[in-house]
Design a protein around this ligand. Sequence first.
Ligand code: HAX
Length: 441
Amino acid sequence: MGYIKEKFKVKADELNAEVKDLLKNHGTTKIEDVTLAQVYQGMRGITGLVTETSLLDANEGIRFRGYSIPELREALPKAPGGAEPLPEGLFYLMLIGELPGEADVQYISSLLGRRSHVPNHVFDAIEALPISTHPMTMFTVGIMALQTESVFAKAYAEGTNKKDYWSYVYEDTLNLIARLPRIAAYIYRRKYKNGDHIQPNGMLDWAGNFAHMLGYSDEGFRELMRLYMVIHADHEGGNVSAHTTHLVGSALSDPYLAFAAGMNGLAGPLHGLANQEVIKWILQMREELGGGMPTKEEIAAYVRKTLSEGKVVPGYGHAVLRKTDPRFTAQMEFAKSHLPNDELVRIVWMVYETVPPILQELGKVKNPWPNVDAHSGALLVHYGLVEYEFYTVLFGVSRALGVLASLCWDRALGLSLERPKSVTTEWMKLFVNGKVEASAE
Ligand code: HAX
């Protein structure tokens, strides 16, 4: 067992004891009441999950194990000569609950490098799909093909003790995180670069090597990938990709099955696909306005046109956040120091000044501020990654860090099969008229 795995086991034993104690002494404590509106409207605000890796505050944004994004950009180890945090460090933090040292990050980098081999049948499965297939579909097909390698599924089939589930999930987690950049880069090079694939460079860190396999050698792009992989990694447990991974994993589906399910959720336009929608929307706006820099008035008119056509403004709004997403701000800061004069970036900033008051005018949008997806595309386009249908795959590679670290905790804590109660509208009508009672079943 590697030392990080041993450390995880110690932490898991400690937390298990605390959870047992909480359940024994406070198991019947009521957390909150649930309204009928919450049941119909996407369970918004219902506390119904435990996720150890991160916690979201509506006004402040995400904290990973207590650390905000600006704090992490300071505190996490960097690549030599770099200024952005290494995602390996964030993974360690989410898994172990402590800030890593340089040696911990190097250990994870080399561990991932050693485990990164992808068997040929995964590439064959991707190759079997038409070239026109959306990259997110290729990505989930690749993950599903890789499921043949699940050590959890094998151990379960052989009849392992449930106390050891976490150990196999941990192995699958590291193997998956190690292999995802290779699969994602394969999809990118297959679809957009005539199948001219690039072999991994074992000297690079996880995100640097991903950038290299995509075909980008610019150090600025590598730094962007490190930042990108950190800020997209986790957003507590209730978002669609995290929740789905947790839900499917709760049936003891192995991490490959659970993560692929989560990725199918990430591929929705109200969630991760919003990053492609944003850049598509901005490029269409620029084209319709005749190219070049639009004025604020022109942007405002285009926003109103989008709304009048019954569409959402992509990259704006959030189910939990009520302020500008600090993941947007981190990207804005990156742009200010690396590419302040980029035209598309400047349009993104003008959109930021224009959209919130218009959404506020509608009177129904709870959060008119930008989310993570409002900025990412313009940065990628700057470095030449213009194929926006691929953007959600980048998000997916990053999201693996958080949702799979969480899956390790799910099994280490022995969390139960998820099975909330559902009712019919007929039942709701009887309930509000006092004809039936809510049951805990
Ligand atoms: N443009 C137009 N209308 C919007 C809007 C936007 N950006 N954001 C919210 N609204 C509308 C909703 O569609 C809803 O309208 P109806 O009552 O007519 O259905 C109303 O405002 C209330 O919605 P809400 O309570 O403020 O927001 P929700 O929690 O229901 O939805 C969403 C949150 C993120 C899905 C929503 O803000 C949205 O559709 N945004 C655009 C898509 C987007 O950027 N998604 C990415 C979110 C971040 C993420 O997960 N990244 O992966």
